[in-house]
Design a protein around this ligand. Structure first.
Ligand SMILES: NC(=O)c1ccc[n+]([C@@H]2O[C@H](COP(=O)([O-])OP(=O)(O)OC[C@H]3O[C@@H](n4cnc5c(N)ncnc54)[C@H](OP(=O)(O)O)[C@@H]3O)[C@@H](O)[C@H]2O)c1
Length: 265
């Protein structure tokens, strides 16, 4: 039996995506890639000025994009977290004129590596609020309001972010990387709990973003040497991992590693 070849489906065109962390780095590259493929995007981060500036940049880059809008929300305060998460979802649905098809979560606050000896049991988990607790509450709010914020379908997806350091640690990060391992476990749980909506994680290697650039040139060069290709990745290269997770209706509960072969270097 020979099955007919079909035109490849363009699943991003006409889709609605919320990118939390879409004002810089990996998230901004996911926004750019989604707009380039004809999707509408709502972006969120803590800084309203950055959102306004990025929206203007995206509109200039993609004048015929169906929509690019945004909502500011600081996701680092546990006291306001649940209300902020709900507000971002409400605004995304309102601005994009319907429930989103994809949630991409790349938000992460400043990373200040400290020695293991400085771990403080009272403050340790504060670093998990933006990277772990916030995406968990997005999933909770979406699943307790079925179909309101995210379309229930295997073509819908949630894509979270971990990092290569949880698979291949370097000296001095052991106390910090727990959230990344936990996000991968959470994603597998959500893939089961939220089916048929799919849930995956992208595990970036060293990607040249505002965050990595802030560590200085020597650090960037050092991270590049820790890959098979000899240089750090670009945000656009990393964004392809998120697009894969959004597009493939048969991918769920998986970790997409976009790390330049760092695990084998
Ligand atoms: N770049 C890498 O090499 C790399 C490698 C592995 C994993 N990762 C992880 O990937 C994620 C994205 O990294 P990136 O390099 O793209 O970082 P980035 O360029 O610094 O972008 C971080 C994003 O998070 C937002 N954000 C920060 N604090 C926030 C808060 N309190 N509430 C809401 N949004 C907040 C930022 O916007 P505002 O400042 O406006 O809030 C920005 O949009 C992070 O979790 C990072 O740990 C990065």
């Amino acid at each position: 039996m020979s099955l007919p070849v079909k035109a490849h489906p363009d699943t991003i065109a006409s889709s609605r995506t919320l990118v939390v962390g879409g004002t810089s780095g990996i998230g901004a590259a996911v926004v750019s890639a989604t707009l380039a493929n004809g999707g509408s995007v709502h972006i969120s981060s803590s800084n309203p000025d950055k959102i306004t500036a990025k929206i203007a940049e995206f509109k200039a880059l993609y004048p015929s994009a169906p929509a690019v809008t945004g909502t500011a929300a600081n996701l680092s305060d546990e006291n306001t977290l649940e209300a902020n998460v709900k507000n971002v979802l409400e605004e995304a649905v309102r601005s994009l004129d319907g429930p989103i098809d994809h949630l991409v979560y790349t938000a992460g606050d400043a990373f200040h590596p400290t020695p293991l000896s400085s771990v403080d049991p009272k403050t340790y988990f504060s670093g998990w609020t933006v990277r772990y607790l916030a995406p968990l509450l997005f999933a909770k709010t979406i699943s307790t309001n079925p179909g309101t914020y995210l379309t229930i379908s295997p073509s819908s997806s949630i894509t979270l972010t971990s990092g290569v350091l949880s698979h291949k640690p370097i000296r001095g990060v052991s106390h910090f990387i727990g959230w990344a391992g936990a996000i991968e476990a959470l994603s597998r749980g959500l893939a089961v709990d939220m089916a048929p909506v799919r849930c995956n994680v992208v595990s970036p290697g060293a990607i040249y973003t505002e965050m990595l650039a802030g560590m200085g040139e020597a650090a960037v060069e050092g991270f590049g040497k820790g890959t098979l290709r000899g240089s750090v990745g670009s945000a656009a290269e990393c964004a392809e991992g998120y697009l894969f997770a959004m597009r493939s209706g048969f991918l769920t509960g998986e970790v997409v590693k976009v790390d330049g072969g760092a695990l084998f270097a």
